[in-house]
Write a protein that binds this ligand. Sequence first.
Ligand SMILES: *Cc1c(COP(=O)(O)O)cnc(C)c1O
Length: 222
Amino acid sequence: MKVSENFSAIREKIDAACKKSGRNSDEVTIVAVTKYVTTERAEEAVETGIINLGENRDDGLIEKWETLKERAIWHFIGTLQTRKVKNIIDKVSYIHSLDRLSLAEEINKRAEKHISCFIQVNVSGENSKHGINPVDVIDFIHNLKNLNKIKIVGLMTMAPLTDDEASIRKCFRGLKELQNEVQALQLEYAPCNELSMGMSNDYTIAIEEGATIVRIGTSLVG
Ligand SMILES: *Cc1c(COP(=O)(O)O)cnc(C)c1O
């Protein structure tokens, strides 16, 4: 399938989910997750108008960046090892996987401009999931206050891998509630206006629960 065909189908579902929940479709940005596909396929996405690309490995991001550079806006979405920060920091606009202070310190040390970060939260509590425990998020944010390159633009989570819609919804709703708590702090460095949640299998539920960024790989680019 052409990316453009997948994109139209997804856009329709997004529009329907927005309508159902009384939201505007322009509140939702699609990040095309290109980790499974070639640079050519990523380029096809950009040519379709999907300029936000997500990668979960430094080498995958660098390879595609070499070709596409500023034609795309780059999102790092995967577990980020501290020693790899220097490889990607001048290429990415967003990091979705901030989950520990040592990583925040390294980003702050290496960055030459503001880096928009999402705190990854383990809402579902599954052991296999990375991310900060929800009860620790507020303390974590306070600990970032002197790291002046880091801007907390939002929160990110991954729903449990299950067909049970109720537990997926509960996870997304939990992230939304946490966002409200962070926003109530009114910190200049943590506006937290974004929610990065929803993938190929669950993005419509995520949108109904307030996602502003959905990260879609399989059903968009393959
Ligand atoms: C792979 C990945 C996605 C996309 O997953 P699909 O199911 O292929 O849409 C989204 N977010 C993260 C963090 C990923 O690693």
